[in-house]
Design a protein around this ligand. Structure first.
Ligand code: SF4
Length: 382
């Protein structure tokens, strides 16, 4: 690759750009006193670990308030390891991809075994090699490399979405990400500045987030413009090559909101082998072929809880998209005819006062149902 002849210059130019244009305000990349770490200084590891797990599927501006709140509630790895599953999910609520919350919780417990009696606030007590980190739940190579290069300034290359995009454009890659991973890892490794890996990795991520963006990259401000094959080809936005568009499966979900005589509403908790394990939800499920949606609700509540209900009034109807599927929710107020709710396909069921729903972690789609329930109840008070 022609560009690799200029590697020293490329490192220097990227680091210079980062010094004046980088995002130097990211709190977990700073020392506890708010200053920028010097080359040999280490950073507290736990705040970086939390941030890196949050950033696996979430952009920085979205993750930041969650990170700030998390650090108030679980300020150390000890606090996180001793928290209950329910508490961890509750604090993660709204960030999505809930398996990450469970994995970082497990990781915190595993780290306590590694840290033993050593001072967990001292960065020197923490693992400093890629393999030890990658042995922990939910920590892949990029997350591990980002943690140790950020905390200890150790030269480990990473390959997150931003870095993949920059490098693919740089070499004018004609392959999709998934077909080019080996070459992109090699390139990230090769480009990494061995003396300033912390700044270099951060510079790459900042470049991807602010200049070499997915749409309309601002090549005129880019320190690597003269090396970039996609720029010279005149169509940088068309790189990397995109694979065929995935058509997401679509389902209609019927949900039953059931009240008891005390005005409490019925919720149940998802099992460990379901996505969003441990979260709470209103009972319901997928509409079957040829079934009307009211029948779906009646069938699902019988199968899920062993109760017979009468569908009374449609409460709300809305679409919700996940990364892997699109759902259309149809939510009904239901009247309990017979039966006592049993957790036939959930961990447990509960009757909860509607004002207490905020104390339970719910998937984001359920928040619309909670708002609709509040409006429905308010309509009786006016
Ligand atoms: S020149 Fe443009 S496309 Fe190339 S790396 Fe820079 S911002 Fe990205």
């Amino acid at each position: 690759m022609e560009i690799l002849k200029s590697i020293e210059e490329m490192r220097f130019e990227l680091l210079q750009w980062h010094a004046s244009h980088g995002r130097h305000w990211i709190p977990w990349k700073l020392k506890p006193d708010g200053s920028v770490p010097k080359k040999k200084e280490k950073l507290p590891v736990y705040p970086i670990l939390v941030a890196e797990v949050m950033l696996q599927q979430t952009q920085l501006n979205v993750a930041l308030p969650y990170w700030e709140n998390w650090m108030k509630i679980f300020p150390t790895v000890l606090d996180l390891a001793s928290a209950l599953d329910h508490e961890v999910l509750f604090v993660w609520q709204g960030l999505g991809y809930y398996a990450r919350a469970q994995r970082i919780h497990k990781t915190s417990k595993a780290l306590l075994d590694v840290l033993g009696d050593s001072d967990h606030l001292n960065p020197d007590s923490w693992p400093m090699d890629l393999e030890s980190w990658m042995a922990l739940p939910g920590i892949g190579r990029t997350t591990a490399a980002s943690i140790i290069s950020s905390a200890f300034n150790i030269p480990e290359a990473l390959l997150d979405g931003n870095v993949k995009r920059i490098l693919s454009r740089l070499i004018g890659s004609q392959k999709t990400f998934s077909k080019n991973l080996k070459q992109l890892w090699k390139l990230s490794d090769f480009l990494l500045d061995p003396y300033y890996p912390r700044d270099f990795n951060q510079a790459l991520m900042d470049l991807g987030a602010t200049i070499c963006t997915y749409r309309n990259p601002k090549c005129v401000c880019c320190p690597w413009q003269r090396y970039c094959l996609a720029y010279h080809a005149g169509n940088p936005s068309e790189f990397p090559i995109k694979g065929p568009k995935k058509i997401l499966p679509f389902s209609v979900i019927g949900i039953g909101i059931v009240f008891n005589d005390a005005g409490e509403v019925l919720i149940d908790q998802r099992t460990n082998n379901q996505s969003m394990a441990g979260m709470w939800e209103f009972p319901g499920g997928k509409q079957e072929k040829g079934e009307n949606i009211e029948s779906t609700v009646i069938r699902e509540l019988f199968e899920e809880l062993g109760i017979n209900v009468k569908v009374a009034k449609k409460l709300v109807e809305f679409d919700y998209s996940y990364s892997h599927q699109k759902l259309h929710f149809v939510v009904y107020i239901c009247q309990l005819i017979s039966g006592v709710p049993k957790p036939l396909s959930s961990v447990q069921t509960k009757w909860v006062n509607p004002t207490e729903l905020i104390n339970y972690p719910f998937p984001a789609a359920n928040q619309k149902m909670i708002s609709a329930i509040k409006d429905y109840l308010l309509s009786f008070e006016t």
